[in-house]
Design a protein. Structure first.
Lengths: 362, 333
C-alpha cells in the first residue's frame, strides 16, 4: 500500500483545513498577537525600569562590585538598605524585590569558601516585570559565579552585556507557549472528535489506509498547524513588535517541537475520553485555561503559592515556558534546557501512547 | 415469520463466484441482536437492494461486508476474499458511500476527490471523475456549500474514485428532493451499465423497484424475503389494494368479513387487499354500510353521497405492500 502517499495527503488536508478555520485561528494565533499588542502598548516596547533593595551581608569588594554590576544595567535601580528597611520597602510596594547577599559571597566567588546563594524576595502577586528583574539578577549572578577570579575586575563592562529584556522580549516566548497550549490541545482534541462524530474517520477507514496512518496524519497535521502559527507569531514579534531573541534560534526547535508534541498528546488523550465534541471542548477548556495562568506565561511561577507551584511544575507548559524564556531571554545553552526537554518528551510519549491505546473509532 | 433457507451460493455450485457471499452473519451490541444470522449472496453485475426500516440492521450488515465492523459470528467473502481476515485487500477493490455526509471540514470538491484518490493504489484521474459527476462548476467550492444532490453526487464520485468492481451505497437518496433523487437514480443506473455490482440500502419503495434486480427485505436483523421486486409483489402483495384514510370508530372485523376482502391492515391508513376491487368498492361506498360509525350523528354536515371513505385510492401491489404484508407495519415510520 502506498502508505506514505496516503499519510502525506491526509496530513496536508488536515493542515490546510486548520489554516482555513478562522474561528479557531482567532483563539490561538489571534489572541496571542492581541496579547502582544496590548503589552506592547502598555509598556511601549522599551526596557522596563525596576528597582530593588539590596541587603549586603557580605560587605567585601566582591559583593560591592556585584551590586555595581547590577546598578550598571540600564533601567535597574539598586539601593543598599538594612534588612528591616528593605523589607519595609517591599511591603509598601516601593521596590519590586529584595536581594540578600549572604555572608561568604565574596569568598565563594574567589573559590575560598562554600558556595553561597543570593536570595531574592518578591512581594506576592508578581508580574512579568518581576520575571524580567529575576532574569537580570540571574544573568549578573551567573556572570559573576561563572567568570571566576576574572569577574572581580569585569564588574562594570560585564554589566553592559546583560540582556535588557523588555516586556516584548518576555511576551514572545510566553505567547509561543500560549499557542502550543491552545492550538496543540484544541486542534487535535476538537478536530478529531468532530471527525469521529460526523463519520469522517469511518469514511477514511472504508479506504485501504491503515488506521494507524489515519490517526498519525491527524496528530501530525495538528502539530504542523501549531508550528506554522508559531512561525507567523515569531515573525510578527520580531519584525512588527521588535522582540529580541538573546539565544540561538535553532535551540528553540527542541522545546517548541517537544512542547507541541506533549500538548497534541494531551489533545489526543481528550479525544479518547470524550464522546461528543461538546465534551471535548469543555475538557479542553478545563485544561487550557488554568494552565495558561499557572505556567509562567504572564507572571513568574515563583510568585504563586508553593502548592500551586508544585502542581504547575508537574504539567508540561511550565517546562515549555521555562525552556523558551531561558533560551530567548537569557541566551541559555542546551544544557540549561535539557531537563525541560526531557520532561516534555516524556509527556508526549506517555499521552500519545495512552491515547492511541484507548482510542475509540465510534 | 417466513424462514429463508440459506441460499446456495454460486461458489458452492461450482459456477462463477458470487461477488458477495455472506453466511450466518451475527452482530450483537450488548443484549441487542442487530444482525441475526443473515445468509445471502450477491451476483456479479446485479443491483442488490436491502430494504427495511431504520434499525433493521441494514447499515450494520453493510459495514461488516465493507470491513468496517467485525461480526460476532458468520463468514463474509467479498470478491473472493475473506473480509474479516484481509480487510484492506477488499477495501482496495470496493467503493463505499456512507449514510452520513462524512467529508472532512474546510475542504473543496477537487481537494476531496484528490485526497481520496491518494488513499488508493490505483485511482481514476481526478478531473475525469469530477466531470463525469457533473461537479465541474463546483470543483473549487467548499463541500459544505453544495446542495443535497451535489453532495450525494460527490459522495458517490468518491466511492468510485478507485474504479471498484463492487459499490456500496447506503441510503443514497435519503433527504433529497424528487428531482435530485431522479438524478441520483440515473447515476446509479449508469454505474450498473458499466457492469459494476451495486449494493444499496433504501427505505424508498419506488427506488428499490426501479433500480434493484433483487431485494432483500430485512427486519430485526433477519431477511424475511429475498427475490426480484416483481416476484416479491406477486407473492406477497398480489391483487389490488384499496386504501383510504382511517376514521375513528372503525370496525375492522366487519371490514374483514366483507365479500372479496383478503386482508385488512390499519396503519395510519386503511389498506384492503382484494382480487375483486369492484365488489369491495361497492360495499365500502354503500351509505348503509355497518363498518363505520353512522355519518352525521353530530348534526349531519356530510353531504349526499359522502360516506366514511375519504382520500380513496385504488392501486396495484408495491414493495410497500410486500413489507406491510410481511411485517404488519409500514416502512416509513
Amino acid at each position: 500500500m502506498n502508505g506514505f502517499g496516503s499519510f502525506r495527503a491526509l496530513a496536508i488536508n488536515e493542515v490546510r483545513a486548520s489554516v482555513r478555520n478562522r474561528t479557531a485561528l482567532i483563539f490561538t494565533l489571534g489572541l496571542a498577537v492581541l496579547f502582544m499588542i496590548i503589552f506592547g502598548l502598555l509598556f511601549g516596547g522599551s526596557g522596563v525600569s525596576v528597582s530593588f533593595d539590596a541587603v549586603n551581608n557580605d560587605n567585601t569588594a566582591m559583593s560591592t562590585s556585584y551590586l555595581k554590576a547590577l546598578k550598571g544595567v540600564s533601567g535597574v535601580t539598586v539601593d543598599s538598605k538594612s534588612h528591616t528597611a528593605a523589607f519595609a520597602d517591599l511591603k509598601s510596594d516601593s521596590v519590586i524585590a529584595v536581594l540578600v547577599i549572604p555572608k561568604g559571597f565574596g569568598a565563594a566567588i574567589e573559590g575560598q569558601g562554600p558556595s553561597q546563594k543570593v536570595a531574592i524576595y518578591q512581594a506576592g502577586g508578581g508580574s512579568s516585570s518581576t520575571a524580567i528583574a529575576d532574569d537580570v539578577v540571574a544573568q549578573v549572578t551567573a556572570a559573576f559565579a561563572g567568570g571566576g577570579h576574572a569577574s572581580v575586575t569585569l564588574g562594570a563592562p560585564q554589566s553592559a552585556e546583560v540582556n535588557q529584556v523588555t516586556e516584548m522580549d518576555y511576551m514572545l516566548p510566553s505567547m509561543i507557549a500560549y499557542i502550543i497550549l491552545f492550538s496543540g490541545v484544541n486542534y487535535v482534541a476538537i478536530g478529531l472528535v468532530e471527525k469521529r462524530v460526523t463519520q469522517v474517520l469511518r469514511r477514511f477507514r472504508a479506504t485501504p489506509v491503515r488506521s494507524s496512518t489515519i490517526l498519525a496524519a491527524q496528530v501530525v497535521g495538528g502539530g504542523l498547524t501549531v508550528l506554522l502559527q508559531i512561525l507567523v507569531l515569531v515573525a510578527l514579534g520580531v519584525w512588527a513588535f521588535g522582540a529580541k531573541n538573546y539565544g540561538s534560534w535553532l535551540l528553540l526547535i527542541p522545546p517548541i517541537v517537544l512542547g507541541t508534541a506533549s500538548f497534541v498528546g494531551i489533545g489526543f488523550l481528550i479525544t479518547s475520553v470524550s464522546r461528543t465534541s461538546e465534551a471535548a471542548r469543555a475538557l479542553a477548556a478545563m485544561i487550557t485555561f488554568p494552565l495558561m495562568f499557572l505556567s509562567g506565561l504572564f507572571f513568574p511561577i515563583s510568585s504563586l503559592p508553593t502548592v500551586v507551584q508544585d502542581i504547575a511544575r508537574v504539567l508540561p507548559l511550565a517546562w515549555a515556558s521555562d525552556a523558551l524564556h531561558q533560551v530567548m531571554n537569557d541566551g541559555a545553552g542546551f544544557s540549561a534546557i535539557t531537563t525541560d526537554c526531557l520532561v516534555m518528551a516524556a509527556w508526549a510519549v506517555v499521552t500519545i501512547s495512552v491515547a492511541a491505546w484507548r482510542f475509540r473509532w465510534d | 415469520m417466513i424462514h429463508i433457507e440459506p441460499m446456495p451460493a454460486a461458489t458452492r455450485l461450482g459456477g462463477e463466484m458470487a461477488d458477495i457471499d455472506v453466511s450466518g452473519l451475527v452482530k450483537r451490541y450488548g443484549d441487542v441482536v442487530a444482525v441475526d444470522g443473515l445468509t445471502f449472496a450477491v451476483q456479479k453485475g446485479e443491483v442488490f437492494g436491502m430494504l427495511g426500516p431504520n434499525g433493521a440492521g441494514k447499515t450494520t450488515t453493510l459495514e461488516i461486508i465493507e470491513g468496517l465492523r467485525t461480526p460476532d459470528a458468520g463468514s463474509v467473502q467479498v470478491l473472493g476474499t475473506d473480509v474479516i481476515a484481509h480487510p484492506s485487500t477488499v477495501k482496495e477493490r470496493i467503493g463505499v458511500q456512507l449514510q452520513a455526509t462524512a467529508l472532512p471540514p474546510f475542504t473543496k470538491v477537487r481537494e476531496a476527490v484528490q485526497l481520496f484518490a491518494a488513499l488508493y493504489q490505483r485511482s481514476r484521474p481526478v478531473d475525469e471523475v469530477i466531470e463525469e459527476f457533473n461537479l465541474g462548476e463546483k470543483a473549487d467550492a467548499f463541500t459544505d456549500k453544495l446542495s443535497g444532490g451535489q453532495m450525494q453526487r460527490l459522495s458517490i464520485a468518491l466511492a468510485l474514485i478507485n474504479d471498484p468492481d463492487l459499490v456500496f451505497l447506503d441510503e443514497p437518496t435519503t433527504g433529497l428532493d424528487p428531482q435530485a433523487r431522479l438524478n441520483i437514480w440515473g447515476v446509479i443506473e449508469s454505474i450498473k451499465g458499466r457492469g459494476k455490482t451495486v449494493v444499496l440500502t433504501t427505505h424508498y419503495m419506488e427506488e428499490a423497484e426501479r433500480l434493484c434486480d433483487r431485494v432483500a427485505v430485512i427486519e430485526r436483523g433477519k431477511i424475511v424475503a429475498l427475490d426480484t421486486p416483481r416476484r416479491l409483489i406477486s407473492q406477497y402483495a398480489p391483487g389490488t389494494t384499496v386504501e383510504f384514510a382511517n376514521v375513528p370508530g372503525l370496525d375492522v372485523e366487519t371490514l374483514r368479513k366483507m365479500p372479496g376482502v383478503e386482508r385488512v391492515v390499519v396503519d395510519g391508513r386503511v389498506s384492503i387487499t382484494t382480487r375483486t376491487p369492484e365488489t369491495v368498492l361497492h360495499t365500502l361506498l354503500d351509505p348503509n354500510a355497518s363498518w363505520a360509525p353512522a355519518e352525521g350523528a353530530d348534526g349531519g354536515t356530510a353531504g349526499e353521497g359522502e360516506g366514511a371513505v375519504r382520500d380513496l385510492m385504488v392501486r396495484h401491489g408495491t414493495l410497500e405492500d410486500v413489507f406491510l404484508s410481511l411485517t404488519g407495519r409500514s416502512l416509513r415510520e
